[in-house]
Every structure is written in C-alpha cells, then in structure tokens.
Design a protein around this ligand. Structure first.
Ligand SMILES: Cc1ncc(COP(=O)(O)O)c(C=O)c1O
Length: 384
C-alpha cells in the first residue's frame, strides 16, 4: 500500500493495512526478515546507497519487517515517519539528544518517567545540556523557566503515577512562539486516545513495551515526527548510538497493533469501572484516574484526549506499610510488577516522596473480566 493512502484511513484500518507490502503473496501476516544484511546487485548500486537509504542495506539503518510496524505507528500518530528503537529509553534519549546539544537548555515536567529525569538531570550535563524541572501542569512555571538557550520542552502527559495532565496545545504554542522544540511521551494515552503531533509536538516518543506491544513479550521504543527530523535522527542517534529494534520484536509489534484499538477500549472501560468503584469505597482515601471528573486535569483531558487507558492509582485509608504490601500480595488476579500496558493486571505499592509521604497503590488494569477484578480488589480491601 502506498504510505500516503494511510492519511485518509481511520485508526483501526491503519492498524490492519498500513505498511503491508506483501499482499501480492496472499500473505495475511507479513514475513519476518530476521537478517542483519541486505546485499546489492552491483558495485554501482552499493556505491550510491547513501543517496537511497530507503533501500534495505543493514538492519541498524532499516529493515523491511521493522518498516511495516513503523509505517503503522507513523500513520496512527499522524506523523510522516516513525523510527522503532531497542527500548523506550532508547527512543527518549535519541529524541532528546537529537534536539538538544552542548550549551542548550531543556525544560521537563517533574512527572516524567524516572530514568527520563535521570537522563536529563544526571547524564546529559556531562555533555553540556542543562535541564530545569517544573510542575508541567502550570504553564506559568514553564514560561518562567524559559532561558535564551532553551531548545526543548519535554512533556509526559498523562504521567504514569498520578496522571498529571499537561495542556499540550498551550505548551506547544508557547514553545513555537519562542522557537523551542517539543517532545512528548505518549505511552500512557497511546495514539488511540491522544495524537500529540496534531497539537504541535515535534517528537512523539513511546515505550512500545507497554500498550503498543500490549502482551508483555517485547521491549522496544518509537520516535515519531516529520520526515526531516526522523531522517536526521536515523543518521545520527540511530546510526551512531545504535539502539536498534530487533526485527522479531518489530514483527511482534505489527501483530500487537492489529488489536490496539480493541485492547485500549477494554483497558479504558474496565479502568473507569474500577476507578469509580474505588472512589466510593470506604477504605479508599483518594483515586487518581484522569477519566474521573474529580481529576484536576479533567477539563484538559476532555479537550485533548478521547479516552484515558487502563492505569490508575489510589490512596488507601490504611497507611501501614505492611497492610499496603499485604493488600498487593493478597490480590489473586493482580501480579506485582513494575511495567504496565500488557494483557495482565498488575498492582504495586508506591510512595511519591517528596511530593507525598503517603502510600499509594498503582494498578494496571488488564484484559481480565472486570467483575472478577473488582471482586478481587473488594475482597482484599475488606481484609485490610
Ligand atoms: C512512561 C514511560 N516512558 C518510558 C519508559 C521506558 O521504556 P522502556 O522500559 O521500554 O525503555 C517507561 C518504562 O516503564 C515508562 O513507564
């Protein structure tokens, strides 16, 4: 299928058809090119390959199996190109390092994923990149943090513990007016519920390990953006830092994308039911879920998202560490694990110091029957 056709298709159609160049074989599943190398018919063709990078050459540059998934994700994010990487952190570091160089300044939300903060706070200063961390929900804080050398504003909305919501359009318009680039981690919402590039974001990054992969059997990342930006990233951070996605992971990602819309609908509807149940439970102090009207970012959610996925947190009234740990351990249908976005339900105890010394439980609501999940949660809350 010519890639341009994808621009007229709806989400579910892109998931099925974009990037599938193998229909002439009658194959309903594209082949897996696990090879590292692609050869040339002539020395002349080899010699001129740099002008024609889209031909297959070497898997660190590109690979036809990866390209199927890349075209689907680019289409879903409404961007021109997508580059798959070996992990979400590879995508985030490639995007940040593509945008910001020695002497540049970055602004980042404090709600960003921990290793993203570590990259900006602890790692990049050795290469002359400094970062100011702000409450990303406060546009004034972002504006006040802008310096003459600010090159990038990095967003993560919703955040993945307390679901801080940043106003993407407002931040992008502020950034544009000052000639500043923007990047956004869209892993929690996925393009099914939020399309940051349509609101002005320059680099949309993902941990594909989560909802896009969806089955907890892939570690990968993605950077999406304009043709020029992503090509530049492929030749710099892709080629030199080399955090390439394995073709088999790419093949699994294509498999996963076919059910992304269905999975996200189910994750969302189950999480909303669980969130509402928890909000009225006598043993629960507070629920954090951006789909609840009580969430502080709800008005912006309604403006920029079409749904709110399957992650939520709550603060139990019982605050003894042992009881919170016991609650997580006693759940029969939730496992204890740090990732999220897969088919399985997960629950972890968290504190959020210095912001809060309280104990919370973060849940990733999986694809099990929601009544079974709610029964499990209620039974264990009753025991605490
Ligand atoms: C919001 C978010 N972004 C990025 C990452 C990093 O992704 P990966 O583990 O694929 O490197 C994670 C991992 O948990 C995450 O939660």
């Amino acid at each position: 299928m010519p890639q341009d056709e994808t621009h007229d298709w709806e989400f579910e159609t892109i998931c099925q058809h974009a990037g599938e160049d193998y229909s002439h074989l009658g194959a309903v599943v594209p082949p897996l090119f696990q090879n590292s190398l692609f050869t040339y018919k002539s020395a002349e063709q080899f010699h001129s390959r740099i002008q024609n990078w889209e031909s297959w050459d070497y898997t660190r540059v590109n690979n036809p199996t990866l390209e199927v998934a890349q075209q689907k994700i680019a289409g879903l994010e409404r961007t021109e190109l997508c580059r798959l990487t070996g992990s979400g952190m590879a995508a985030i570091s490639a995007a940040v390092m593509n945008a910001a160089h020695a002497g540049d300044h970055v602004i980042c939300t404090t709600a960003a994923y921990g290793p993203t903060i570590a990259l900006l706070r602890d790692y990049l200063p050795q290469f002359g990149v400094q970062t100011t961390f702000v409450d990303g929900t406060d546009l004034d804080q972002i504006e006040h943090a802008i310096q003459p050398n600010t090159k990038l504003i990095y967003m993560e909305t919703p955040g993945t513990f307390f679901f801080d919501i940043q106003d993407i359009e407002a931040i992008c318009s502020l950034a544009r007016s000052r000639g500043i680039l923007t990047a956004l981690d869209n892993s929690c919402a996925t393009p099914y519920f939020q399309k940051p590039a349509t609101l002005g974001v320059d680099y949309v990054v993902h941990t594909v390990t989560k909802y896009l992969g969806g089955h907890s059997d892939v570690v990968a990342g993605a950077v999406c953006g304009s043709r020029d930006r992503i090509r530049d990233l492929i030749w710099k951070e892709g080629l030199i830092l080399g955090a390439v996605c394995d073709p088999f992971a790419g093949w699994l990602i294509t498999r996963s994308l076919r059910t992304l819309a269905l999975r996200m609908e189910r994750h969302q509807s189950s999480a909303l039911q669980v969130a509402k149940m928890l909000a009225s439970h006598p043993k629960v102090e507070r629920v954090y879920y951006p789909g609840l009207e009580s969430h502080p970012g709800y008005a912006i959610v309604k403006k920029q998202m079409t749904g709110t996925s399957g992650l939520l947190s709550f603060t139990p009234k019982f605050q003894q560490k042992e009881k919170v740990f016991q609650f997580c351990e006693n759940l029969r249908l939730f496992q204890i694990g740090c990732s999220w976005g897969g088919h399985e339900s997960l629950a972890i105890p968290v504190t959020a110091e210095p912001r809060s010394t309280q104990w919370h439980v973060r849940m990733s609501i999986g694809l099990e029957n929601v009544n079974d999940l709610m029964t499990d949660i209620c039974e264990q809350l009753d025991r605490c």
